[in-house]
Design a protein around this ligand. Sequence first.
Ligand code: ZN
Length: 370
Amino acid sequence: MLLLFGWALSFADVTAVDAETVSKKIGASFHWFPVQKSFILVTEKDTAKFAVGIPYASVNGSTIDLTASPVLDDGHLWIAEEDVNKLFPPKSEATAAKAEPAKAEPAKATAAKDAAKTVTATKPKNETAGTREVKTIVIDPGHGGKDSGALGKNAQEKDIVLAVSKLLKKDLEKAGFNVKMTRDKDVFIELGQRANLANQWDGDLFISLHCNAIDASAERKKQIKGFHVYVLRAPESEEDKAIARRENKVATLYGEKNAKEELSPIEWFKLEARLEKYKQNSYMFTEEMLKAMDGGKIKRQAGGVGGAGFMVLVGALMPAVLFEIGFISNLEDEAYMMSKAGQEDIAARISKAVSTYKDAVHSYRETLGR
Ligand SMILES: [Zn+2]
């Protein structure tokens, strides 16, 4: 079924085809997700994901530009015929069209893209971070230099996270890991640069350390305490969004290129495909973090797990979490995070989580016969 109609204002007329009909024709299964307004076509070889109003498709994890955004009209999903031919070439042309490289465009940092190329070039196939052996851990002590991070009554976030990071490095090295730190002194490093470093080092796991804070009444500050493990995913609550905005603020504050406090729906869509590769492992590590932190002095805050658009995690081509150790705005948490004994205990727990995560990844590898 073919239809000719005027597309959105900025597009010339495009021949549009019904996505469901197309999928039948090419022998693909078709799934529509009404809440996300997205749909996927799955063939034997390819999985292509589209979203209404978004001019990109995600094909087997790569983002591809579309001639026109899919449109939902009169109960049908329309996509440009040209895009169908490009993504699902007729059998005879399949080989020729396959040569066209997928245009994977990270939402940020071109340097990260270059690093990605190097990673793919030097790694055997399928052995990306997350499935290969866990060797190199990148610790990212948040903030630094002119950016002090959140301020407590007696301490600054940048100092606490650096102290814990140094102890963590020692613990991890003792456990046999190769450890890199994005900073090991009180210096300022841009958010985008942190992920770039991690990619250059070809890390297997990226851990960004922070202290949480709320700006509220003394009474609220007394109540709100605890740790929180964050992964990069679309935020599900206003609270999580607010935390990401706070942690991202430094980039806009100091004029970092491409800086923003929140990701747009299009950026999320483009990111999603890339994140898919590392998501499972980021969650695996989060699980290990929860287990390791439970029983410590600082308890989980509101479930202890969340997701939001943390800029520092956006460019990392590896499983990654942002760990808010505790609330610097809470006197009890602050005192514990400032104490040597507290810092040592926190570092030891994170180190344990890394070790158990490594074991989990390795036993999974064994089941695959690697
Ligand atoms: Zn922070």
